[in-house]
Design a protein around this ligand. Structure first.
Ligand SMILES: [Zn+2]
Ligand SMILES: [Zn+2]
Length: 135
């Protein structure tokens, strides 16, 4: 798959290693258990998005185990649990524009939610559209 360095079938590499040119597994760690079980297609598309944007992404949240997810989110079927979502820190107006433009151009990330400090992107298996965090 395009842009992937680590072999998904090599568990050690995928859970603890460099996944793509710009992303390491530890960037997607669940804060409670430090596991990172990201979906390879999602990571591949994220790398494409990163390349298209041309600036570094700071990942606020990637993989979440079910225990952690239920602790912080009402959405028990959240895509973070499936490794198909990431929250990208975003404070810059210009970069926000570039990020959103590329997300929409690519068409892979169908679930987008915008907060004052980050942008959530997911594959949108259940949820489509653009949401806004109210607090
Ligand atoms: Zn956890
Ligand atoms: Zn999120």
């Amino acid at each position: 798959m395009l842009g992937l360095i680590a072999d998904y079938n090599d568990q050690e590499a995928w859970l603890y290693g460099q996944l793509t040119k710009n992303f390491h597994a530890k960037e997607f760690n669940c804060p409670c258990c430090e596991m990172s079980i990201m979906n390879p297609r999602f990571i591949s598309e994220l790398q494409k998005l990163r390349k298209n944007c041309g600036f570094p992404f700071l990942i606020n949240s990637g993989y979440r185990c079910e225990t952690y997810n239920t602790k912080i989110s009402k959405n028990t079927v959240g895509q973070h649990v499936e490794g198909k979502a990431a929250d990208i820190k975003m404070l810059d107006r210009n970069q926000r524009f570039i990020l959103l433009r590329n997300i929409f151009n690519m068409g892979y990330f169908k679930d987008v939610a915008i907060s004052a400090t980050f942008i959530h992107i997911g594959t949108g298996n259940r949820l489509y559209g653009v949401g806004v965090y109210r607090k």
